[in-house]
Write a protein that binds this ligand. Sequence first.
Ligand SMILES: Cc1ncc(COP(=O)(O)OP(=O)(O)O)c(N)n1
Ligand SMILES: Cc1ncsc1CCOP(=O)(O)O
Ligand SMILES: [Mg+2]
Length: 216
Amino acid sequence: MSASTLPLDLYLVTDEAACLGRDLFWIVEEAVKGGVSLVQLREKNLDTRDFIDKASKMKELLAPYNVPLIINDRVDVALAAGADGVHVGQSDMHYHQLRQVLPGQSIVGISAENMANVEEANDWEISYLAISPLFDTPTKPDTGTAWGMAGLQQAAKVSRHPLVVIGGINTENVTQAIQHGASGIAVVSAICSAAFPGYAAEQLRKAVISGKKNRL
Ligand SMILES: Cc1ncc(COP(=O)(O)OP(=O)(O)O)c(N)n1
Ligand SMILES: Cc1ncsc1CCOP(=O)(O)O
Ligand SMILES: [Mg+2]
């Protein structure tokens, strides 16, 4: 899938701990019905075999909806489960190595923590760049300094890739993020911890679309 056709509007990043004891697959399916366009399976503590099993099951769930599945960190898991791509951060497998082991059409997303990361990624063929984190978030305490809206605006001027924002995104700040240059939003708690994940997804998607209509 090329960068121009990749559906980045509403990107759900999973976190079992954020699901408040509810079934992750139920949350993901509700969210997809509500308008999630891309899903990342993010598992920091699973054994390899369990991670592959979970990814394969997630791929099966998403296939009828035509929603691509991205695997966080683990290229081996993505390959074994037939996922559509991977997301890597600045301490994960390097872009050049990723390209050696992944099929050519794979989706590749990378986290940018600072402007040097944004500039470096301009030399690479990636599907999107994640501005990470846009705001500090209790969901991931081990991040670098938050970009904030001004930082996002600078990154959008420099980057040739579509930008996704992640970290503290909710219905209150989506429109502003889109207006400052984001092509889409990535969320964990705004959907995984919502009382009604499907409804939460609908509201977030509406906010993205409204932000795009009213771009500054
Ligand atoms: C869409 C998206 N953006 C950023 C991240 C964070 O990646 P990383 O910095 O590698 O941190 P971990 O998620 O691996 O803890 C992401 N996963 N997804
Ligand atoms: C995985 C990740 N990477 C940067 S911030 C973050 C967590 C985002 O979680 P939330 O949407 O709940 O703030
Ligand atoms: Mg990572």
